[in-house]
Write a protein that binds this ligand. Structure first.
Ligand code: MV4
Length: 447
């Protein structure tokens, strides 16, 4: 096991990683920007270093500063958390060249899966279902038309360098498709420096179901079942849950097995998420791999009883997985609500500022992962998530009641939060029945 690691992140996930390290007996080096100076979670680290001004591009994203802090702090590994440098293959390579373990997949696996077209090709090789579409990249507008006529409209043009909803365009007919290909190329070239695009049939009203996987450095790959993340708005997830409602045991088993095959084919190590969309008939299709720990990992921890952050650190240090597939059983149901400093009544406009009062819910099966406290000022410089409220109960019905009870207890004054919208979503009959898809939020409350 490592003696000491650096945490290249901030806020709730930095705190989450510090907690795991403390339990493992691993020392921690934290980094912070000038905006985060004095944050109480930094006191829980063994050391903390300021690495620059508030703007992420001047601090948390500065590879040279993160690495030199790791050198000064004499760490053996870096945990990148999510966001910031977590899926930056160049940073991952710099860590390797400095002989610091990156707690995540290899740069090679990260690069390959970061290219969505390559990931899709690998999925096909591993016999993982993909959405019908082009056989690789589009070489011309004419080939886009040929594929579209084969599979039928509507179709979706996707940027190979995109992901998470960036660089996608729907087309309903020939003319729109030609324009979509041109525009997607220009946008992708500008945003990612790579204008390559591919085509897929557009699956309408899909559910977003993702499979958590973990792989060690000894050839062991396991899945930790799935999460449904369909409740989202403009690609920002609002609610996540495990297990996915309305998923047959057959589909669950074959989706999880498919995720494991893909991870094996990619020679992937550490924790990762294989994202699928599920159509109204229950067919599932591979979309992309998220090569990091995700915000919503706690729902998986609750239903499996496995600490994913500790697992990441253990496998990165070379330990074999301490559990086999048959040891990983789903217990009950877990739901997470992302509490963001945003005003749902004003189109989710950010609502930074000082939290004057914070009352945290508790009780059996209630978890609040947050770095916030009464007196904390939410900075306008970073992601607006101030905490994650997670509940775990024997059944989904009980989890919904428990979450509504916990949301009623949660009091945050001084700023607006997404909590009132969560109450509306969890009270909705469509949510209770599990009749949800990725358009539900926009359809019900507007875009
Ligand atoms: C799709 C799709 C429908 N058909 N692909 C958006 C994020 C990126 N990870 C993939 N996404 C989608 N790909 C085909 N062929 C619909 C989406 C999509 C979506 C997927 C997951 C979660 C939320 C979403 C919201 C809108 C669209």
């Amino acid at each position: 096991m490592y003696k000491r690691i650096l945490i290249a992140n901030r806020g709730e996930i930095a705190l989450r990683i510090i907690r795991a390290c403390r339990e493992l007996g691993v020392e921690t080096v934290a980094i912070f920007s000038e905006a985060d100076r004095g944050a109480p979670y930094l006191e829980l680290a063994d050391e903390a270093y300021c690495i620059g001004p508030a703007r992420s591009s001047d601090s948390y994203l500065k590879i040279d500063r993160v690495i030199s802090t790791a050198e000064v702090g004499n760490v053996q590994a870096i945990h990148p958390g999510y966001g910031f440098l977590a899926e930056n293959a160049h940073f991952n390579e710099v860590c390797r060249s400095c002989k610091i373990d990156f707690i995540g997949p290899s740069p090679e696996a990260m690069k390959m899966l970061g290219d969505k077209n390559q990931a899709r090709n690998l999925a096909r090789q591993a016999e993982v279902p993909v959405v019908p579409g082009s056989d690789g990249l589009l070489d011309s507008e004419d080939s886009a038309l040929t594929v579209a006529h084969e599979i039928g409209f509507p179709v979706l043009v996707k940027a190979s360098a995109g992901g998470g909803g960036k660089g996608m365009r729907v087309a309903l007919n020939d003319l729109a498709l030609k324009q979509a290909v041109q525009q997607a190329r220009i946008e992708a070239e500008a945003a990612f420096g790579d204008g390559s695009v591919y085509l897929e049939k557009y699956v309408q009203r899909p559910r977003h179901v993702e499979v958590q996987v973990v792989a060690d450095h000894h050839g062991n790959v396991v899945h930790l079942w799935e999460r449904d993340c369909s409740l989202q708005r403009r690609h920002q997830k609002l609610v996540e849950e495990s297990p996915a409602p309305q998923l047959s045991d057959d589909t669950r088993q074959s989706m999880c097995a498919a995720a494991v095959r893909l991870i094996q084919a990619a020679d992937y190590t550490n924790a990762g998420t294989v994202e699928f969309i599920v159509d109204t008939e229950g067919n599932f299709y591979f979309i992309e791999v998220n090569a990091r720990i995700q915000v919503e990992h706690p729902v998986t921890e609750m239903v499996t009883g496995i600490d994913l952050i500790k697992t990441q650190i253990r496998v990165a240090s070379g330990e074999p997985l301490a559990f086999a597939q048959e040891d990983i059983q789903l217990h009950g149901a877990a739901i997470e609500c992302r509490i963001n400093a945003e005003d749902p009544a004003k189109n989710f406009r950010p609502s930074p500022g000082r939290i004057e009062q914070l009352i945290v819910p508790g009780g059996l099966g209630v978890r609040f992962d947050s770095h916030a406290y009464a007196g904390y000022t939410v900075s306008p410089f970073y992601d607006s998530m101030i905490g994650k409220l997670i509940v775990h109960q024997p059944t989904r019905e009980e989890a919904i009641s428990c979450m509504l009870r916990a949301l009623a207890e949660l009091q945050i004054e001084g700023i607006r939060t997404t909590a009132p919208r969560h109450v509306e979503m969890l009270n909705h009959s469509a949510f209770a029945e599990g009749r949800i898809d990725t358009n539900f939020v926009e359809r019900t409350w507007g875009g």
